[in-house]
Design a protein around this ligand. Structure first.
Ligand SMILES: [Zn+2]
Ligand SMILES: [Zn+2]
Length: 334
């Protein structure tokens, strides 16, 4: 099969993904072979390719927002058969028995495997996934529309939950960074009645899209929203935003950091954190997050804005992502 393989991490400008032929994987017990139709491009892929995360495997085929159809079913798989359309997300497998798994926090599993990071992902014509970790996808939504839901959507959903504003009409929510995750999260947040304030450095694409999607206010990252925020999510991987976002938070407000990697956070002033403000990170997702998000996205009618690239041009897609040149989400078409 054709695939984009990372042999050695390097700055994306050096185009480290190598396009070529590799053996088509064979599904083992509990696994599915999936013919990939589309795979979303995530900032985490950029971190993997540029070597900003530790613990990954090399060589690796990146990509953890896979939409495809089941081509072949491995031994010991029940309930899924060839031809089924499924999605594969970042959480590729968990042990089911560690202290985190046992208490329902499988996102924290000590032995978790991650698609496109510790096992091969979807920048390829075929991918293997554990059947227990794939999601059935509604027929109504196209392959390219569905792909960004599988990480940008699910992680944004988990961030929203950590904001503590689920049942709080008129809650004031700030979003810092407005790429793939932000443009989906705003749709869910608005459907729940929140007023959304967007801070993003890119005026050309991201600020305009935020206005189109109903933000009550849009500004730059250093601009202070006109009202104090009840909660905020930082999707941008920039630690210097943390004190700025804290200063925009109302008493008791929560600040959620949605990325897997962030540049160093500057020293904080206690007075910016005081009044019971909270900062917390989001690590991975549970399968329940995925199922609940996909159901809510379908019922709300979430629409993703995508820019598509041919699979062979994964390097170009990641370069565009790095330079804020994608409106909405990037998706590779196979
Ligand atoms: Zn576990
Ligand atoms: Zn991702």
């Amino acid at each position: 099969m054709k695939a984009c393989v990372l042999h050695q991490a390097a700055p994306i400008a050096q185009r480290p993904l190598v396009w070529g032929d590799v053996p088509t994987p064979v599904p083992g017990p509990g696994e599915l072979l999936i013919r990939v139709h589309a795979c979303g491009v995530c900032r985490t892929d950029l971190h993997v390719v540029e070597g900003e995360l530790s613990g990954g495997r090399l060589p690796i085929i990146p990509g953890h927002q896979i939409v495809g159809t089941v081509q072949q079913v491995g031994p010991d798989v029940a309930g899924l058969s060839a031809g089924a359309r499924v999605g594969v997300a970042w959480l590729g497998g968990t042990c089911g028995s560690c202290r985190y798994c046992r208490r329902g926090s499988e996102n924290l599993c000590e032995k978790a495997v991650f698609t496109g990071y510790t096992r091969d992902g979807g920048y390829a014509e075929y991918a293997v996934a554990l059947a227990d970790f794939v999601y059935p996808l509604p027929e109504a939504i196209s392959d390219e529309q569905a792909a960004p839901l599988l990480c940008a959507g699910i992680i944004g959903y988990r961030c929203l939950r950590q904001c503590g504003i689920d049942n709080w009409p008129d809650a004031r929510l700030g979003l810092y960074g407005f790429g793939a995750a932000g443009h989906i999260a705003i749709q869910i947040a608005r459907s729940r009645g929140a007023k959304v304030y967007v801070c993003t450095r890119d005026r050309e694409r991201h600020q305009k899209l935020a206005e189109e999607l109903g933000a009550v206010w849009v500004g730059g990252v250093e601009d202070r929203p006109p009202k104090m925020l009840d909660a905020a999510i930082i999707f941008a991987p920039a630690g210097e935003i943390v004190p700025l976002a804290l200063q925009a938070l109302d008493r008791g407000g929560r600040l959620v950091l949605g990325g897997i990697h962030m540049s160093p956070i500057p020293e904080l002033r206690y007075e910016d954190l005081y009044w019971e403000r909270l900062i917390r990170t989001v690590a991975n997702n549970t399968r329940a997050d995925g199922r609940e998000f996909l159901a809510e996205a379908a019922s709300v009618g979430v629409r993703t804005y995508v820019r598509t690239f041919p699979l062979a041009e994964a390097n170009e897609a990641l370069i565009a992502l790095k330079h804020d040149a994608i409106r909405g989400a990037g998706v590779l078409l196979v």
